[in-house]
Design a protein around this ligand. Structure first.
Ligand code: ATR
Length: 286
């Protein structure tokens, strides 16, 4: 795909960032970051590397040896990279998962930008979670990042609802004093409901992660699923007069936070969103 602003050919000065994962070939990150580097006028290029499970220590050695400036980390390597970094941010340590690495002169510093990206996507839509009663559906890696970030953003309550109760307890603890575990009926009393399960995507497209009859006008309803853009939950939210927030915003903003950590430059969010939507569209056609 051609970025909106084409970049000049790489030279000996070009800096390199990359994503590692397995599988990684369908990642949207190269489209987002190459568009961002071009829009910001930075001589950087972003690649995708398929790294086999077990090969993370060797890959991190390569990052150090080659001077790769920034790394994104996707499944299944977030835990292994957290263990292999020289330093890890407070949020990434709490989550035990790193999705972004900054190479500071050979010293690898791990971050987790998922939660901050999620809260940025809420704020972009006019939703400030400070003081809100929140319900997070799910307790996997993405849900834990959301719970931690909502707690840090000053939510009054972060109630985790999950099929597997033991995982809900672990996730709720990440929101500190605001965290608790609840049942499915907690949705009715929430100001903000977040679907952080995989229900609504892939084979589950069209399914709801909670009873739509519990949604009401005025609530904020966010889905971290971005494919399809209009999940069954968001359609149900819109139908009752709640405010739907799609998952594409979290995808864009977690990348935008990473971009700024690597470059020290404000991310060109608009260019990233345009590129992300175009890449998603192209992916859906293949
Ligand atoms: P990720 O790391 O991407 O968040 P994950 O760790 O596999 O993915 O977590 C998926 C979440 O979706 C989990 O909370 C899972 O519930 P369990 O902890 O009980 O497994 C939830 N989930 C997946 N499919 C579900 C379904 N059909 N109904 C309810 N919850 C579901």
């Amino acid at each position: 795909m051609t970025p909106a602003t084409p970049r000049p050919a790489p030279t000996g000065h070009t800096r390199v960032a990359a994503v590692i994962g397995s599988p990684v070939r369908h990642s949207l990150s190269p489209a987002l970051h190459n568009a961002a580097f071009a829009a910001a006028g930075l001589d950087w290029v972003y690649l995708a590397f398929e790294v086999a499970p077990g090969a993370v220590p060797a890959a991190l050695g390569g990052v150090r040896a080659l001077g790769i400036a920034g790394l994104s980390v996707t499944m299944p390597h977030k835990d292994a990279v957290a263990a292999g970094c020289d330093e890890v941010s407070v949020a990434a340590r709490a989550l035990g998962a790193v999705n972004c690495v900054v190479n500071d002169g050979g010293r690898l510093v791990g971050h987790n930008t998922d939660g901050a990206g999620f809260v940025a996507s809420l704020r972009e839509e006019g939703c400030d979670p400070a003081g809100m009663r929140c319900v997070v559906l799910g307790a996997g890696g993405a849900a834990r990042a959301v719970v931690e970030a909502l707690g840090a953003a000053g939510a009054a309550e972060v109630c985790v609802v999950n099929r597997t109760a033991a995982k809900a307890e672990v996730a709720a603890a990440l929101a500190g004093g605001a965290g608790r575990v609840g049942g499915a009926d907690a949705v009715a009393g929430a100001d903000l409901i977040v679907n952080a399960t995989s229900v609504g995507m892939g084979a589950d497209a069209g399914s709801l992660p909670c009873d739509a009859g519990l949604l009401r006008a005025g609530q904020w309803v966010a889905d971290i699923v971005y494919e399809p853009a209009d999940t069954a939950l968001l359609l149900a939210a819109r139908a009752v007069g709640a405010h739907p927030i799609g998952g594409i915003g979290m995808l864009i903003h977690q990348a935008a936070v990473a971009f700024t950590l690597w470059t020290g430059v404000d991310a060109p969010v608009h260019a990233m969103r345009t590129a992300g939507l175009a890449a998603l569209d192209a992916r859906q056609r293949t």
